[in-house]
Design a protein around this ligand. Structure first.
Ligand SMILES: *Cc1c(COP(=O)(O)O)cnc(C)c1O
Length: 389
């Protein structure tokens, strides 16, 4: 019995999720939902998805025991699920491939996406290049400036990057522009969302494609330890790597599911239930409904809302959600680099920072899986600047 399948009715996870969008846009969602339901369990489609995960992404990736880190802390054993070793250096490609294959089945050749840090844009542009699809990426103007190298990467891969110079010039504005494009062009365009957010069916669809993370890690931990982990820890931006890392453990109540948010953008810890970008979830907004600016050092976590299933897992008590500060993440970034020879993404460093605390509280018989959502090469220059100040 899994709480997700029980809670998921018409795209709702308890009171969260749903589809709060104009009627014109609902047609696009219905079209996507129909295709997703038709193909998700189709053996041919699955075979194709698995083929590209293996041959292009490089799955399955390892579940690495962090031995020196474990010894240093003297508590629970820490394993790292190595999404950082995927092609393009993070978990996002899992979902991108799944959605592009779906678009292909629908006969659509134009892909649009929005990106904050640039990581989802790069993953999307990468897969579009491989499949020969047209690719348009919306990006907040300020984000194009702070991630200039990623803009160049996307252009190198053949994508068109559209800077969005509205409001704060961040992810939220880029999402609005992408939705506008979809509304006008949905018959020939697929909107590829990069996190477990958006109106139904996106959160369920993205979880489906990211669930490969926990499908593998469960098999791997049973092989290595002969038992399930005490806890699975993952960072939460929109929540796609976390929901993928949790998915196959939701049905095992003895496994703690811990989502780590940046204290500077902690939707689940300090937000309120509200509708943003077409779905209901916890949102960082003031009493007048104005979005609060977020200031996480990890651009990929800087979002004012969160995937609706996380809101449900939080309220139902199945998931635990904790904030970690940028400073703590920065320290964890260095600790993992020095003790394990793995430079983690600043996003993933939030999960590591919490695992460092948790491991000390647990015993040597306990096992923690940390989802290492991405590699930190993209962040080295930023960390260099921060440590120099
Ligand atoms: C984008 C990104 C995240 C945050 O996105 P989620 O949807 O919350 O997983 C986390 N880690 C890395 C490395 C990322 O690129």
């Amino acid at each position: 019995m899994t709480s997700t399948s029980l809670s998921r009715e018409n795209g709702y996870f308890g009171e969260f999720g749903g589809s709060y969008i104009p009627e014109e846009l609902q047609k696009a969602m219905d079209q996507i939902e129909e295709a997703f339901l038709r193909y998700k369990d189709d053996p041919e489609f699955q075979k194709e998805y698995e083929f590209y995960l293996k041959e292009y992404v490089g799955r399955e990736n390892p579940l690495t025991l962090a031995q020196r880190l474990t010894d240093e802390l003297g508590g629970a054993k820490i394993y790292l699920k190595r999404e950082d070793l995927n092609h393009t250096g993070a978990h996002k490609i899992n979902n991108v491939l799944g959605q592009i294959l779906l678009a292909k089945r629908m006969g659509i050749k134009r892909i649009i996406a929005e990106t904050g840090a640039g990581q989802h844009g790069v993953a999307t542009a990468t897969a579009c290049a491989m499949f020969g699809m047209e690719c348009v990426i919306y990006m907040g103007k300020k984000d194009t400036e702070r991630q200039a190298l990623n803009v160049f990467r996307m252009e190198l891969l053949g994508a068109k990057v559209v800077p969005v110079d509205i409001g704060e010039g961040h992810l939220a504005e880029a999402v609005d522009e992408a939705l506008k494009d979809l509304m006008e062009n949905y018959q020939k365009t697929f909107y590829l969302i990069g996190s477990a957010v958006g109106p139904h069916p996106y959160p369920a669809m993205i979880k489906h494609f990211q669930a490969i993370i926990s499908e593998e890690s469960k098999r791997q931990i049973l092989e290595k330890e002969g038992k399930l982990p005490t806890a699975v820890v993952a960072c939460v931006g929109g929540g796609s790597n976390a929901i993928g890392a949790f998915a196959h453990y939701i049905e095992n109540p003895e496994v703690r599911l811990i989502g780590v948010e940046p204290a500077e953008a902690a939707s689940l810890s300090t937000g309120v239930p509200a509708v943003l970008h077409g779905f209901k979830s916890y949102v960082l907004q003031d009493e007048d409904g104005n979005l609060q600016p977020t200031t996480s050092i990890a651009a990929g976590l800087d979002y004012q809302s969160v995937g609706p299933e996380h809101s449900y897992l939080r309220d139902s008590g199945r998931g635990e959600y904790v904030p970690v500060t940028g400073q703590e993440a920065l320290e964890a970034f260095q600790t993992l680099s020095q003790l394990e020879g793995i430079i983690p993404a600043l996003e993933s460093s939030h999960a590591i920072a919490y695992a460092l605390k948790l491991a000390k509280e647990l015993s040597k018989d306990d096992v923690i899986i940390v989802n290492l959502s991405g590699r930190g090469d993209k962040d080295v220059e930023q960390v260099f600047e921060m440590l120099r100040d």
